[in-house]
Design a protein around this ligand. Sequence first.
Ligand SMILES: Nc1nc2c(ncn2[C@@H]2O[C@H](COP(=O)(O)OP(=O)(O)OP(=O)(O)O)[C@@H](O)[C@H]2O)c(=O)[nH]1
Length: 315
Amino acid sequence: MTAAALPKPPNTILIIDDNPDTIRLLSAMVREQGRVLFATSGAAGLELARMQRPQLILLDVEMQGMDGFAVNEQIREDPDLRSSAVIFVTAQSSPEAEIACLDAGAVDFIPKPLNAAVVQARVRNHLRLQSALAALDDLANQDGLTGLYNRRYFDRQFAAEFARHRRHQLPLGVVLVDVDDFKLFNDRYGHQRGDACLREVSEALQDGARRPGELAARYGGEEFVVLLPNVTPATLLQYGDWLCRRIAALGISHPSASAAPHVTASIGLCARIPTEGDSAAAMLHAADMALYSAKRAGRNRSVLAGDTLPEMMTG
Ligand SMILES: Nc1nc2c(ncn2[C@@H]2O[C@H](COP(=O)(O)OP(=O)(O)OP(=O)(O)O)[C@@H](O)[C@H]2O)c(=O)[nH]1
């Protein structure tokens, strides 16, 4: 999936309140503005928030057990939840109480007794703000030329997937793709055609990373990277060969290239089950070494880390 193709889910509003009557009342007030979920305790609310990533959380301050401030603190500390905006709902309407809510990191404050028009106006404004922030976030994660995810986003996702695959002891695959003799392409056709070529290659990569959890990114210059969850080395090798053929089949003319008269790419692959001493950086390094082997062996091919090509053995 590319940054440009990120799905836009409907707004989700989570109400956390231990009073079912208040939940009913609030739900009726905001149901036109998004999908409404609710929880009757702080702990259940946090669990639901982690699963559903709501844009907005309407959080009761005065709850039995974990109160609103304690729930809010956990939301602010959790990287997966931090982007959800919290509006406190409280019967305490003194300036001090209002300041305490805003100081705790809530974006707003709704006083009880609830007034439908006030609730709807506040929720509408904050959903708009949340959507603008999400759009900015998408832009920050996107490569300007190709629309693929950028390196910053990839690095973050790779670290998270690496940790997840280590936890569950699953094989993770990383694929480094480098366009062959691209300097010669720019020299011959100019930078603009070079840019167009990179866009076409990106589309091929995007086509090859559409399954859930797969991710294609521009790593820099004429180098790209694909992350494939839960993939064995044998499957990854097939994938690398397929990608090589897919890029060559674009048929972009490149008479000065060394491997073929059209644009090709060399690919370095690494798939393994992450262990304690392993790291995402080490996996990427292994893929990079494999890519180097592919270049040395004549380009337009993919090499799996750990495999030694005959050309490499003779130097
Ligand atoms: N048009 C264009 N060119 C770029 C972009 N980013 C990097 N390049 C060019 O990509 C070329 C990469 O050249 P090299 O690193 O020498 O590699 P190469 O010519 O592809 O050779 P091999 O990798 O060994 O096959 C350089 O000429 C860069 O200027 C870009 O965004 N647009």
